[in-house]
Design a protein around this ligand. Sequence first.
Ligand SMILES: C[S@@+](CC[C@H](N)C(=O)[O-])C[C@H]1O[C@@H](n2cnc3c(N)ncnc32)[C@H](O)[C@@H]1O
Length: 310
Amino acid sequence: MTKRPLPWREAWDLALYADDGFFRTSRPAEHFRTSAHLGGFAAAVAELIARTRARTVVDLGAGGGELLTALLPLVGADVRLIGVEVADRPETLPSSISWLPSLPDRIEGLLIANEWLDNIPCDVVEMAQDGRVRHVLVDPDTGAETFGGECDSEWLRTWWPLSEPGERAEIGATRDAAWADAVARVDGTAVAIDYGHRRADRPPFGTLRSYAAGREVDVVPDGSRDVTAHVAVDAVAHAAGATLHRQRDVLAGLGVDAGRPPLDLARTDPSAYLRRLAAAGEAGELLASGGLGDFWWLVTGPLGRGTLSP
Ligand SMILES: C[S@@+](CC[C@H](N)C(=O)[O-])C[C@H]1O[C@@H](n2cnc3c(N)ncnc32)[C@H](O)[C@@H]1O
């Protein structure tokens, strides 16, 4: 029997990735919407593929293969599309898309990971009333928390120092190591896309959250719901040698345009007008301040050197 309560990192890992874990038993799209589910996103990634002349595209944490499926008609037949995902290959995935359980040793081309880092489990810590930083333990069935042992973390001192009792942090060292490892395999461009914070704007109480069936729910690592936390993007970027950009800037540079179609089109070609209106709505969602537009792109490779942001 599993010892309870567990350190958050262990409980989180089991909740998402054990045999009966959340991502092994359900697809992300059944529970929440990501950029990869919106039309204009694949077109922007196709533009990125064209600009980088990538011949292989690896989608890490590919979910239900939505991005790769949308890319298929947009890229040439000479571009290899590979999904890396702990969940099984979706039954309806086009046969030309490859599906792997783990990253290949070498990737020549483009590596993209949308909303992957936020699902990498972290240790969670809190400053107790006596001023000591303690590990937070959690009961996987109820989400009830207790304090564990004292935490001595160089990562915390460097990236997310706590100063007041009650303040909490998610220790992002696991994410730094995971993305640095992924990037080290790439000859080409690597992009991680996620919600996050930098040292100047860390949330004082952390950002541990759960989502299920389209809404935010109590944070409980019981396998029935997502467990996620925003990414300390400056720490990951430092570990992987990446540059940081806002999604709204990158996507605008890659041609995503939320402008409404001309009203005249509604008279001359109503169905084209409606199609373009819907596309403009999705583009607006991808670029929105306070929403997906605020997401961070961590870019490594030629496109990271100042050519992505306007
Ligand atoms: C939030 S979902 C994002 C899915 C998709 N990229 C999207 O944007 O819609 C995170 C996905 O990463 C997968 N994942 C997490 N860790 C993984 C790993 N080490 N290898 C492969 N897939 C992983 C999960 O199973 C889950 O499907």
